[in-house]
Ligand binder design. Structure first.
Ligand code: CTP
Ligand code: CA
Length: 241
């Protein structure tokens, strides 16, 4: 192949992967965050690169470094991530968005300009939180509107960390979330006793909008990432050139 032209099943495709956990500022030195390590998103970005895709990694806070050979856009909080999704998925017309980032559902209603100081002797602190935008839902909504107008029609993949007393209830939550989110593929992470954030292996259920379901794992995240791209490639492809 000519220099600079990749080969592989995703050659010529531009994919956007969000990874890690958002940090929502409280004051100049503090934030509300979560335990997402970024490992799954990084594995997805590396796997897509190896399949020939041009990869943009929207990097929230991560315990691991980004893989080589991908474009990294720092997205520290939900606001930055929402802007970057608009830019990289819609303005630059990517073919696939994979939202592996753990986005805060709530953020401080106000960001204090100076460090919050202790008051009184034993006084606690009550924080007021507001909802963050649902970035994935917003992307699906915009994609569907553009599709209806004959515009680009990227594939959108959502993630879900679900708990349940047994596998069946995790799947039930995941099926409901798939329907609610309108994504093409939902990757449901089983969050349970043996599977916690930061671990290198996990079990996932891959639920397609076409009704397809596949369970993968427990397996290393590199292997799960391959299964996710296999599922994306197996999706019925709309008229996309
Ligand atoms: N997500 C998002 N914006 C948010 C919250 C979540 O884009 N403000 C995305 C995540 O990146 C993930 C998907 O939505 O791909 C599902 O996240 P999850 O937390 O499982 O779902 P929620 O709709 O937030 O529901 P829950 O109340 O179960 O947390
Ligand atoms: Ca959530």
């Amino acid at each position: 192949a000519p220099v600079g032209v990749s080969e592989g099943p995703l050659a010529g495709r531009r994919v956007v992967v969000s990874a890690g956990g958002t940090r929502e500022a409280l004051d100049p030195v503090r934030y509300l965050g979560n335990r997402s390590s970024g490992r799954m998103g990084v594995a997805l970005a590396a796997a897509a690169r190896d399949r020939g895709a041009e990869v943009v990694l929207l990097a929230c806070a991560m315990d691991v470094g980004p893989p080589a050979g991908v474009q990294v856009v720092p997205t520290p909080d939900a606001t930055a991530l929402e802007l970057a999704v608009a830019e990289e998925l819609f303005e630059r017309q990517a073919d696939v968005l994979v939202m592996a980032a753990a986005v805060a559902d709530f953020r401080p209603a106000r960001v204090e300009e100076s460090k919050i100081k202790k008051q009184g002797e034993d006084e606690g602190l009550v924080l007021e939180l507001e909802r963050t935008p649902d970035i994935l839902a917003g992307a699906v909504e915009r994609r569907d509107a553009e599709r209806a107008a004959g515009g680009p029609d990227p594939v959108i993949v959502g993630f879900a960390a679900e708990t349940g007393d047994d596998g069946a209830s995790v799947l039930e939550h995941a099926r409901a979330k798939l329907a609610r989110k309108g994504v093409d593929l939902l990757v449901a992470n089983e969050v349970g006793v043996d599977t916690t954030f930061g671990k290198d292996s996990a079990t996932v259920h891959l639920l397609g909008a076409d009704g397809s379901e596949r369970t993968v794992g427990p397996a290393p995240k590199t292997e799960l990432a391959e299964a996710v791209w296999d599922a994306v490639q197996a999706l019925p492809t709309p008229a996309r050139t």
